[in-house]
Design a protein. Structure first.
Length: 87
């Protein structure tokens, strides 16, 4: 189970995630992983990932070759997700 937390105070935000990774039923400490963060920087935004480790690589791959995304409003986030799914 992944834990992601975002806190906003005085116009600033902080995002954090646990670092335990699972491969099926095997739990792996972040000390043994090269890519151990569940938080990805996309432009000026940060995305917290959940699910299997592969999800992170899929999301990183999508945004690394795609400049047509925006996270400025709920509608733009929705459109970004629809474009991701329909890719």
């Amino acid at each position: 189970m992944t834990t992601l937390v975002v806190v906003r105070k005085n116009g600033r935000a902080c995002i954090a995630a646990d670092s335990l990774t699972s491969w099926g039923s095997t739990l792996q400490s972040s000390n043994y992983l090269a890519s151990n963060s569940k938080i990805i920087k996309v432009g000026d935004s940060f995305i917290g990932t959940t699910g299997i480790v592969t999800h992170r690589f899929v999301i990183e791959s999508y945004f690394s070759g795609n400049e047509k995304y925006s996270f400025r409003s709920k509608q733009e986030i929705f459109e970004t997700c629809v474009n991701f799914i329909n890719r």
